[in-house]
Design a protein around this ligand. Structure first.
Ligand code: MRU
Length: 373
């Protein structure tokens, strides 16, 4: 994606120093665009935990590069393999809900295991991490192509009037390596000259909508309005939303969609108002094992400080954190929820659009069902 006239991905290896991976520090957005250098797998774990990198696809890619960095740090003689095993466990545990983390770590570890010499293991880790990032970018582009007809059809029905799309959290290019999931069809429509307008849920507590989705859409010139998380239902009742498109951190092969906390409420409001609710899902975010997402997908619980405090610009234009909850009041902070398949109109994937069901997903990914299910 373009930032101030230059194309960026969210993560890339440094071309001057092979021991460094660059990230865009998302905790500084929208106020500052800061590129940060990561030079050890522990630094990568911290970047994931602190959400300097975030979003299902991006934390997957980051974990892949994390294993590559671990391969550079691992002792050359005895202990290489156990060092990698330890790094893999730590990286996988850094955030529990998005399945891409585990998926990417396994890919890079397998690439390492195939080789005999340490040198070959390091090269192979690098190539595997790069491939994860390249594939992520391609998949995002394809989801845009596959989701575009949904927007185009509504635009035709509305005779060219703006299509109003509600989205939750940030499932744009910042959440992946490039393009994104939920925002990719929106970018494709906008590029094609189809009039769109995006309702951006602010997405408390970390405000990924207010801070990141709005920033992305502004950079791309896509008309949008930031709304409080509680406004969507009213907008739907007033026919001001034509469709809802969200991303996913983990989708079961039976169609249950785990996404940022609050997504489930949007799906309930959408079904009550007969508004289509789509999840844009990379196949790397599909869990081929868990069948009941509501009870079995692990839900990350994050620090209560994320609810207790809020950050914004002070009157001098400097980012400042302020406390908004009385100190004596306890706070809860579940970071994700699960929307059951029955509330999901369809899933947009890199292979096409399917029903949110085992049968629908099996039609697009038959090989996964023969392998795992
Ligand atoms: O906690 P985050 O910001 O890493 O959450 C992930 C997300 O961005 C959302 O849940 C998103 O809608 C799906 S991941 C692209």
């Amino acid at each position: 994606m373009q930032v101030n006239g230059k194309h960026y991905r969210t993560i890339w290896p440094d071309n001057k120093n092979q021991g460094v991976v660059n990230i865009i520090d998302q905790t500084k957005l929208p106020y500052d665009f800061v590129i940060k250098q990561i030079s050890s797998y522990h630094e990568m774990i911290n970047a994931i935990k602190d959400m300097e990198v975030r979003g299902a696809g991006l934390i997957g890619a980051a974990a892949g590069f994390g294993i590559y960095l671990a391969s550079l740090e691992a002792p050359e003689n005895k202990g290489f393999d156990s060092f990698i095993t330890k790094a893999a466990i730590e990286l996988k545990n850094s955030r529990p809900t998005a399945i891409n983390l585990e998926w990417a770590v396994d890919i890079v570890v397998k690439a390492i295991e195939k080789e005999n010499s340490v040198d070959a293991k390091r090269k192979s880790a690098f190539q595997a991490a790069i491939k994860i990032a390249d594939d992520d970018s391609e998949i995002g582009k394809q989801i845009g192509i596959n989701g575009l007809p949904l927007i185009q059809k509504i635009s035709e029905e509305k005779k060219g009037e703006a299509v109003n799309i509600l989205t939750h959290c940030n499932a744009g290019w910042l959440a992946f390596v490039d393009y994104g999931s939920a925002l990719s069809p929106i970018y494709a429509a906008h590029e094609k000259g189809i009039k769109v307008h995006v309702w951006v849920d602010e997405t408390r507590p970390r405000n990924q909508g207010a801070f990141l989705t709005s920033w992305e859409l502004s950079k791309a010139g896509v008309p949008h309005t930031v709304i409080s998380d509680n406004e969507g239902g009213l907008l739907m009742q007033r026919k001001m939303v034509d469709l809802v498109v969200v991303g996913s951190d983990r989708t079961t092969h039976t169609g249950d969609v785990a996404n940022k906390i609050g997504t489930y409420l949007k799906a309930l409001a959408a079904i009550d108002n007969n508004i289509p609710f789509y999840a844009a899902v990379y196949s790397s975010s599909i869990d081929w094992v868990i069948t009941d997402g509501v009870s079995d997908i692990p839900i990350e619980q994050r620090s209560s400080d994320e609810v207790r405090y809020i950050t914004g610009l002070n009157s001098k234009g400097i980012p400042e954190k302020v406390e908004i909850v009385p100190a004596e009041s306890p706070v809860s902070n579940y970071a994700f929820d699960v929307t059951p398949a029955r509330l999901v109109t369809a899933i947009i994937t890199e292979r096409g659009i399917c029903k949110a069901s085992k049968e629908g997903i099996a039609e697009l990914f038959p090989e996964k069902f023969s392998e795992n299910v």
